[in-house]
Design a protein around this ligand. Sequence first.
Ligand SMILES: Cc1ncc(COP(=O)(O)O)c(C=O)c1O
Length: 492
Amino acid sequence: MLAFVYGQGGCILQQQQQHSLQTRRCFLGNQNYFVGKNNATGKNTKTVVFKRRKQVVAVQTSHVDSLGGTRDQKKNQVEFTQVPDQRGHFGRYGGQFVPETLFFCLENLTKCFEETKDDPEFRQELNSLLKDFVGRPSPLYFAERLSSRYARKDGTGPKIYLKREDLNHTGAHKINNSLAQCLLARKLGKKRIIAETGAGQHGVATATVCARFGLKCVVYMGAKDMKRQSLNVFRMRLLGAEVREVTAGTGTLTNALSEAIRDWVTYPEETHYIVGSVSGPHPYPLIVREFQSIIGKETKQQAKEKWGSNPDILVACVGGGSNAMGLFHDFVAEPNVRLIGVEAAGEGLDSQKHAATLTCGQLGVLHGAMSYVIQDEDGQIKEVHSISAGLDYPGVGPEHAFLKDTGRAEYVAVTDEEAIQGFKLLSRMEGIIPALETAHAVAYLDKLCPTLSGSPNIVLCCSGRGDKDVHTVMEYLKEKGDSDIHLDDIIS
Ligand SMILES: Cc1ncc(COP(=O)(O)O)c(C=O)c1O
């Protein structure tokens, strides 16, 4: 049997193999690993064991074409349109750092996804539900007053459009993925759904589709997030889901994810785990990207109808990265479209209280995949902070790490204070109260727009609505002594 821990740390020190006959030790650059034939399955297997301070922190097992090398090793040039490879690698990122029990669930899921995603019956059912249950397509809305803020005296200036995912049923982009994965779960014959949630939007979306399909639903949520997103906790319970409080660690999204994976390891047969972002082990980054890519597909079509060409710039907030990847995906292979992801700088990048993983993190393994991770020099995951529960996560989807390293996308960070200003700005300029996550992207416009020339078309993903965050913002403003909104008679 393989020793196993599923990636809670980052440093790669060495690899080892404790099972399998006919193993052979191999070296590739600074990586060494074992290949061998698994006699039980008859498949060629590559095993990499990651250690930190002589402790095993992660084991990656993958099937390979031959004992001479893996598919990804044979390719040294990866095109944007070719990622991930068949083993879920985005360049050096991604993969499957999971225990063997889950490895077979992931294989089944990959197979089911590949067989189903283009199946006309599946597509028809999904499209019909997206239209009539979710309310798609979501509008591409010209934010006229917001654009006028950045207009120059000569009449030029950026034109800002909002992709209105906040208008989806349940109020965010998360339902695109939860709905489609629920249909996959049904195909896999799974009757029990689990999910993790930070802001509660993925939890609410999953509880909603489970209610729709009559499936049992368990949602893991950090204790701190349950407090700051209490409205969403109530919504999930109302929808019939069981919300399990996670008190471990910081009581935020990262701990909820760990608990959900633990649950899945314990009940793999009957359970499907609906991961809420483009993170986690392969095939999740691929599956979630596919089901969220409707955001970018619609945008492309709507942009063509509105101004006859692609947008010039796409802007989206990045927690795990699903709304950003959903918007970016159809444009990644089009180099003229600038892609900008906005992370949470919390109380400032120098404060150590932030969640800007791509801006400040390093290579590591978290929740089943290799990506950027916020960690200390020993590879221990560090506590992160953002006023926005959905961005309060020390990891990020592996494709974003790949897009950053290749220079295809830019990643920037916005503080809590700036996000609050973005929250107020969109509310007052457009009559749209955004989610605090979205408010990060809105706030970045103040930095971006003065640097632009001409009149570029910017599409900003309005990933969710802000009802869930109103209490957090009220408390923040009260603490800061904000006199702009009179709070004394509504908050004690
Ligand atoms: C409204 C909203 N936007 C964005 C996010 C961040 O997630 P992701 O980066 O996967 O889009 C969340 C997460 O909960 C969210 O609720």
